[in-house]
Design a binder for this molecule. Structure first.
Ligand code: AMP
Length: 280
């Protein structure tokens, strides 16, 4: 497995793979590798000749403040975890390499980014669409893999690829959870024992939504209120948003009469976690 940090070396590698007419699978990450990332790598491994994983903690998609500074960084450990997955290349550029002096171009998407996390984290998805476009331009993958855990991000990327005519197949893989239901996330590493326990209320709220939906309740407000009450019963939690939206457009639904997404963002102490479930 090669670890490449320079864009020109990455480009040369990609060129040699393309010359051999091999397909490229790509898994972008911000590091702090866990089994959610690994599941994307396994899907990509089985469907492509060459597998490239990027590790880049992208500053432009973070809100101002401590989230970026406190984001877990463990490059050496990540390299060893990724090595076990038969990955061909890790692309791990520094910030200066991706955003050199004078950098001033951004990719902006409207509408889908107005909902859910986009509403409460202005600028976040512009950071995502910009870095993903840059990585796609460097790596030129045939297929790229994203997790359903970040549902809106996957929807934004699918739209980006369609709107900008990128010839890349986007695969969205299921959310990997701990045995008790908590969705794996790099940010879980920041939770202390009590917060880890409190974070379970997020999954609890999604189970509540699913069970209400299964009992034929279709009123979004009624479901959202019950989801909120599950979370509010738990100490030290602060709801950022709970929304039920059209799963395709991400527009708010009042009546669930088409495929819907129940999405949640909750502060557990100083850590903001998100999760979601499909209702259909
Ligand atoms: P991140 O490093 O958090 O930017 O995540 C990199 C990729 O892994 C994104 O496509 C995420 O959606 C995906 N991912 C993160 N957590 C999970 C999870 N628990 N299950 C599946 N995919 C995940």
């Amino acid at each position: 497995m090669e670890v490449i940090t320079k864009i020109n070396e990455m480009r040369a590698k990609v060129l040699s793979v393309k010359d051999r007419k091999k397909s490229i699978g790509f898994v972008p990450t911000m590091g702090a590798i866990h089994d959610g990332h690994i599941s994307l790598m396994r899907s990509a491994r089985s469907e492509n000749d060459e597998l490239i994983v990027s590790i880049f903690l992208n500053p432009t998609q973070f809100d101002k403040g401590e989230d970026f500074d406190n984001y877990p960084r463990q490059l050496n450990q990540d390299i060893e975890l990724i090595r076990k997955e038969n990955v061909d290349v890790i692309f791990s550029p520094g910030t200066e390499e991706m955003y050199p002096d004078g950098y001033c171009t951004n990719v902006r998407q409207d509408r889908i980014t107005d909902a859910l996390c986009g509403r409460v984290r202005p600028g976040h998805f512009n950071g995502v669409t910009t870095i993903v476009t840059k990585l796609f331009n460097i790596i030129k993958p045939d297929r790229a893999y994203f997790g359903q855990k970040d549902y809106q991000q996957s929807a934004v990327i699918e739209r980006l690829v369609r709107d900008l005519n990128m010839d890349i197949d986007i695969q969205v893989c299921p959310t990997v959870r701990e045995e008790d239901g908590l969705a794996l996330s790099s940010r879980n590493k920041r939770l202390n024992l009590e917060e880890r326990q409190n974070a379970l209320s997020i999954y609890g709220s999604l189970l509540k939504a699913r069970s209400m939906f299964a009992s034929n309740i279709r009123d979004a407000k009624e479901i959202i209120e019950e989801m909120a009450s599950v979370i509010k019963k738990t100490n030290h939690t602060k709801i950022d948003y709970i929304s039920i939206v059209n799963a395709r457009t991400l527009e708010d639904l009042s009546l669930i009469n088409e495929k819907a997404l129940a999405a949640v963002a909750v502060w557990i102490g100083n850590t903001r976690l998100i999760d979601n479930t499909i209702l259909e």
